[in-house]
Write a protein that binds this ligand. Sequence first.
Ligand SMILES: *Cc1c(COP(=O)(O)O)cnc(C)c1O
Length: 378
Amino acid sequence: MKLCLPRLEISLSDIRENTRLLVDLYGKKGISLMGVSKATLGNPSIAEAMVQGGVAFIADSRLENIKRMKRSGLRCPFVLLRSALSQAEEIATWVDISLQTELEILKKISHFAQIRHQQHQVILMVEMGDLREGILLGDLPSVVQQVLGLPHLKLVGIGCNLACQGGIKPDYHNMHDLSQCVKDLERNFQIHLGIISGGNSANYNWYQSGSEVGRINNLRLGESILLGRESVNRTVIPGLHTHAFQLVAEVIEAKFKPSLPWGEVGQDAFGQVPVVRDRGFCQRSIIALGRQDVLVSGLQSPAALEILGSSSDHLVLHSAQQTLQVGDEVPFNLDYGGLLAAMTSPFIQKQFVHQSRHPDSVDGEFDRAMVYVPIAAV
Ligand SMILES: *Cc1c(COP(=O)(O)O)cnc(C)c1O
């Protein structure tokens, strides 16, 4: 099969192994995992790798992605992370469990679930301080009461989301408050809440700190599974692969040039006035990759190369030790924003590889020596 450029190389075995390690780690204290597939646009093969790795659910923020995975034949409970009133009918049709904060939406989903003679399962999200989605603790009893009164909804759990909007870290206090809230609801309403979903990839340090997990028995993980990191400080979780996704692009110009531009300075292509450091005469290479393809700030170049700048279609590299040639392939590692943009870009081919690149092996050699075994185009 032809290898395209630029391409996003995806190692399913890395993703499967990351999932397995996280399932085992969190499983030690009874915490199940939802594999969050939204950064991969609900790619069915990637979601399947997560299921093979042991996640109990696949969660996505987009209905379109859930439909795509279900249509591909993947079997597991699907969780919708973000709902809208306008999607109530489709949610009742396609989704097993959804995270919810608004009664209006819940009533409408219940209405469509009734028409379909079904029960839709609901996890109510509680506001724990990050100020993105969540019902304020004081309003929760009244919402729970009303949800329990809707016969085509089944309240299966509660959850919270931190470290996304306000940057608030999951810690002993907010996780304890969520556990306490579960106990109060169960006592006051004589119900059992089965899924207590305490957060996302930002919950790693809380978990590792040795705090009691209390009633928390589920986490929703995207970044940790895909990129091998927790998301508060972006440190690597020991044992996880961090190179499951690599963006490979092509050198289209490689020349030695002065490092300072000459002529009168005005704005660049994006309205900035560039400030350039003089490094003397050095190798500059242009990669056929630009801001229309990716989030350039989300790319990490190999150690011997430095990203000097980018415009719509060009990325300029400074190479101190490594001499690049026209036609060479250069691999870039990605952060979450970079992955999101690369997965979404129609200009970047997604290709599965058997073996991910070892982070140390790419620095000296680039691609003349690399052997790929692509499985299939995504
Ligand atoms: C995206 C998302 C997640 C996954 O977050 P990661 O940081 O990738 O683990 C979890 N929960 C909700 C509600 C989300 O929107």
